[in-house]
Write a new protein. Structure first.
Length: 250
């Protein structure tokens, strides 16, 4: 992995936490041990540890050695549109398995989300997303036809769909998200290797162009033992997440 040393140290520690080499409750290597391992000064090591603390992966401090708090990988909203980019930034290998891509009439739900007529042609994509080869998320995405048609010329297993569409000139400037919990149906359970009825995190997303025209609607379902979501806000900044009644995508 290329990049600044503190990012490489943080990525390696995330990998060790994720693999179980550093299980929950285990002590993280000390600053001096990490300095020796990486041939580094304390500055980058402390920066790497601070990053993991901010992500909630490790705890401790005030003279106490840091310990592993959780194995779940936080996904911040600024990288929400691209699973691949998020995984790479977290030091993991993203993967995908395309299960279906098709041209279909828009369902009532998709028509409402995309502001098209019910029955109008849309492109539907079903993919299983992987972290280091582990099934992590099911992606059910519907695109308006003039955006999604490009995908029939793209190997959707080769990388980021959204990066490809952006490169083709598709405007994906804005997105609105709603997060809730849902139980795994038979398909979810089989693909994510969980039991039917297991709790999943669901993120429904509507992506629009800069002028507000809906382009994509997605229903993504995550294993909560592998992924969590984080939101940063302040009194000065516009909130990253808006509240809405259950079941509605504002």
């Amino acid at each position: 992995m290329d990049g600044p040393l503190h990012e490489r140290v943080a990525a390696d520690l995330r990998r060790r936490i994720r693999s179980g080499d550093l299980p929950v409750g285990a002590a993280v290597p000390s600053e001096s041990q990490l300095c020796e391992q990486w041939g580094a000064s304390r500055g980058p090591i402390r920066q790497a540890l601070a990053t993991l603390r901010s992500e909630g992966l490790i705890g401790g401090g005030r003279g106490k050695p840091p310990v592993v708090r959780t194995r779940t990988m936080p996904q911040p909203f600024e990288t929400f549109l691209s699973f691949s980019r998020w995984a790479e930034q977290m030091g993991h290998q993203p993967g995908q398995r395309t299960l279906e891509i098709s041209r279909r009439p828009a369902s009532a739900e998709a028509a409402d989300a995309l502001a098209v007529d019910e029955g109008e042609p849309v492109v539907q994509l079903l993919r299983l997303r992987l972290l280091d080869g582990v099934p992590t998320m099911i992606e059910r995405t519907t695109f308006v036809w003039d955006a999604g048609r490009w995908l029939f010329d793209f190997d959707c297993d080769s990388g980021s769909v959204l990066a490809y569409l952006t490169g083709r000139g598709v405007d994906l400037s804005r997105a609105r998200h709603m997060i809730d919990a849902i139980v795994a149906d038979e398909t979810d359970a089989e693909l994510l290797t969980v039991s039917p009825g297991a709790a999943l995190l669901r993120e429904r997303r509507r992506t629009s162009s800069a002028d507000g025209r809906p382009v994509e609607y997605s229903d993504d379902r995550y294993r909560p033992d592998l992924v969590s979501f984080t939101i940063d806000n302040s009194q000065q900044a516009r909130p990253a997440l808006l509240r809405s009644p259950l079941g509605e995508l504002p």
